[in-house]
Design a protein around this ligand. Structure first.
Ligand SMILES: C[S@@+](CC[C@H](N)C(=O)[O-])C[C@H]1O[C@@H](n2cnc3c(N)ncnc32)[C@H](O)[C@@H]1O
Length: 200
């Protein structure tokens, strides 16, 4: 059985706990520290600790990677995920993590760029086109939006033009590129290695 059963013993008096979950068990995909917590209490706790990086992904053809990008963004505590282009995206890969992750939609790259400028955040492109800065040697800004292209076309010309810099992940094999969700995980983890409090 996934998750935990009904709470055993006297119920906690903390109002972050959800009486329904205490009574019936908690089968959600959440870390143990959040077991039996109300959904809103979990989001509030995450909001108080969110990291300085955002993630943006272009969605012109219903990219199936977006769910997986959202899940990874949740795991690494991204401030927000930005879906650029089509509003609808396939949620299956998110495994319900989108309920705990702020996801904002922008109709096009210009709208994302306006939003980022107003928030004072640089757009950092992540792509495998020639001329990119190697991610392995780049210094990631603490506050930024990491912008990913989609399967097939990769980062659009419009997005590249709006990015103050573009970084690429070193590859060594024969394939032209990583899967976009895998590339997003690598880039987010580079931010984590540079800036996250690892408690060590
Ligand atoms: C599948 S790739 C696009 C492939 C590209 N059009 C090609 O065939 O060369 C989709 C997205 O994944 C990310 N990506 C894949 N491989 C990458 C790499 N080696 N470095 C940085 N980003 C990468 C980028 O955001 C890219 O826009």
């Amino acid at each position: 059985m996934v998750g935990v059963g009904p709470w055993a013993g006297p119920w906690p008096a903390d109002d972050r706990y959800d009486p329904d979950l205490l009574a019936h068990g908690d089968r959600r995909n959440v870390v143990d520290a959040y077991r039996y917590w109300r959904h809103a209490a979990i989001v509030a706790d995450l909001d108080a600790r969110r990291h300085g990086f955002h993630v943006a992904i272009e969605n012109w053809h219903h990219d199936l990677n977006i769910g997986s990008v959202v899940r990874t963004a949740n795991a690494f505590l991204a401030a927000e995920v930005h879906v650029v282009g089509r509003r609808r995206w396939n949620k299956r890969g998110a495994m319900v993590t989108d309920r705990y992750q702020h996801v904002r939609h922008h109709v096009d790259v210009a709208a994302l760029a306006r939003w980022a400028a107003a928030a004072g955040l640089p757009l950092v492109g992540v792509d495998n086109q020639p001329g990119c800065e190697p991610l392995e040697q780049a210094r990631m800004p603490r506050e930024c939006v990491l912008v990913f292209g989609q399967e097939g076309p990769g980062l659009s010309d419009e997005a590249r033009a709006e990015c103050s810099r573009t970084v690429s992940i070193a590859q060594f094999g024969s394939t032209r590129s990583l899967n976009a969700a895998a590339a997003a995980a690598v880039a987010m983890h580079a931010w984590v290695r540079a800036h996250a409090d690892l408690g060590t």
